[in-house]
Design a protein around this ligand. Structure first.
Ligand SMILES: [Zn+2]
Length: 186
């Protein structure tokens, strides 16, 4: 299978969410969170966390990753089940955040350790991206077999495919063939 073409990564802490979603390559590539030890290695390489990942925590990571992937479908205009945000709020809600104040205002910091610390970082990254207006540009490829997270740097913000050359053109060819069949069938 041809790998999705790399685009420039998402800006700021949003890149963390992009890396998290792309820690597995669909439909049958390597999943870096496939076992406790590989998930621990991924967390160490990505955020410098030094911890063991038990099966329960690994399941929470996978559930969070896939809920994020589902949610981002909204950014290419797909209808997303409202239950997805409820599920994600619950998953991320286990990580307490605290305000860090200065005369200039406040930011949020994670107030816990372990896997929850990472989940808290995901929450603060979403808040930061929302404030910066970048959140809606993080998308998942519309190809059902790809669903790779990419950042839409285009001016009109209407990209739907991780790469036009790979996924977009493949999709266009499929639509074309379907149309051909429709016009040639009796
Ligand atoms: Zn794609």
């Amino acid at each position: 299978m041809s790998e999705p073409e790399p685009r420039s990564p998402a800006p700021g802490s949003l890149a963390l969410i992009q890396r998290f979603i792309n820690s597995t390559e669909m439909p049958d590539g390597v999943d870096e969170l496939a076992t406790g030890p590989t998930a621990a290695r991924w967390l160490r390489d990505t955020v410098g966390a030094d911890l063991e990942v038990c099966e329960k925590d690994r399941a929470r990571l996978i559930a969070t990753r896939e809920a994020l992937r589902d949610l981002l479908e909204a950014h290419t205009g797909e209808n997303v089940d409202p239950g997805v945000t409820v599920r994600l709020e619950k998953l991320l809600g286990s990580a307490p955040l605290r305000p860090v104040l200065s005369a200039q205002g406040a930011t949020l910091a994670v107030n816990c350790g372990g896997v929850d610390n990472f989940l808290g970082m995901i929450s603060t990254a979403i808040v930061e991206a929302t404030l910066m207006g970048t959140w809606t540009h993080l998308k998942v490829c519309r190809s059902d077999t790809c669903r790779w997270a990419f950042y839409d740097h285009s001016k009109n913000g209407r990209s739907c495919w991780c790469s036009m050359r790979v996924c977009g053109s493949r999709e266009k060819a499929r639509t074309y063939r379907a149309r051909q069949r429709a016009t040639t069938s009796p």
